[in-house]
Design a protein around this ligand. Sequence first.
Ligand SMILES: Cc1cc2nc3c(=O)[nH]c(=O)nc-3n(C[C@H](O)[C@H](O)[C@H](O)COP(=O)(O)O)c2cc1C
Length: 324
Amino acid sequence: MKSFWDTLPKPFFVLAPLADVTDPAYRALIAECGKPDVTYTEFVSADGLFHMREKKGIPDEENPLVRDLQYTEGERPILAQFFTSNPETMEYAARYALLHGFDGVDINMGCPDASIEKQGAGAAHIKNPEQACEIIAAAIRGTEGKIPVSVKTRLGYNKIEYQEWLPHLLDSGISALTIHMRTRKEMSKVKAHWELGKEIVSFCRDRNREVFIIGNGDIASVEEGRTLACEQGWDGLMLGRAIFGNPWVFTGRTSEELSISERLTSLLSLAQRFDALRPKKHYAILKKHFKAFVNGFDGAAELRARLMETNNLSELEACLNEFR
Ligand SMILES: Cc1cc2nc3c(=O)[nH]c(=O)nc-3n(C[C@H](O)[C@H](O)[C@H](O)COP(=O)(O)O)c2cc1C
C-alpha cells in the first residue's frame, strides 16, 4: 500500500521508541526543537489497552496507556507501537490506533525485557515466526489496510540469523522494517553490527523491494546516519539514545553545541510538559533526564545533585532559577 512512507526524503530519520523517555512530554518537545521525519510512541501493551478499556472500563482520562499514546499534530507522521502475543488484542490495539488518527502501527519484536518475553512478546517472536506472522496479520486487519503496519526487531535471538528470521517479516505485508543491529542475546552490551549493514540491506531488497528498511543501533548523530545510508543503502535511520539531553538532535546539532541556557530551558520545558500529563507520571521518572541535560559545564555536578533531591515541578523550577 502507498502511505506516508512513500513521501519521505532519503534517507529519513526516525525517533526511536524509548519507554519512559519518549513519552508524550518529550516527544512534543522534540517535535518543537527539531522534528524527526517519523516518530514512534514508546511501546504500549496491546493486552493492557484492551483489558483496561474493555474489561475494567477505566475511563481514558484515567488510563496511563491512553496517556502514553497521546501526541501532538506536530509529531506527524506518528506510529503507535504495541507489543503482545495475542492476535485479538493486537487487532484491537491496531484499530484503536486507526480510530485515534495514528499514521501507522508498529509491532515490537525485539524487546529483551523478561517481563515482555514472558508474555511471548518482544524478542520472543524471533523464536516463533509463525506466531509473529499471525500478530502482523491481526494488526493489518485492525487497521483495515488504511494505515501501514511495520515491525521493529533484532538480527536474531541467540545468534545472528537474519537470513532465517527476516524473510518471515518481509513476506508478511508490512510496509517498513526497523532492524536493531544486535541479537537478543547481545542486549545492548556489544557494538551494533554495522559491518553487516550492506549485506542486510541488499538481502532485504532482494526479498521484497517494497518494504522500507530502517537501521538502528548506536547512531550518535544525523551526520553519522547519513554516512551509513550513503555507504550501505538504508532507506532510513532510527535514533534512540542520541536524543537523551538533546531534543535538537534531528536538526544535526550535537550535545556539545548546546549552550547551558538551552540545556536548562529545555529541561524546564520538559518538566512542565511532564507535570501536565494526565494521569500523572511519577516524578522520579523525570529524573532519568537530569544527567543528560545537566552536564558539561561548570557547576553541572552540583546542580544535578540538587535536582536529584527535588520532589516536584515547583522545587525543580526553584532550583533552576537559583542557578540561572
Ligand atoms: C530506555 C530505553 C527504552 C526503550 N524502549 C523501547 C520501546 O518501548 N520499544 C522498542 O521497540 N525499543 C525500545 N528500546 C530500544 C530502542 O528503541 C533502540 O532500539 C535501542 O536503544 C538502540 O538504539 P540507540 O542505540 O539509537 O539507542 C528502548 C531502549 C532504551 C535505552
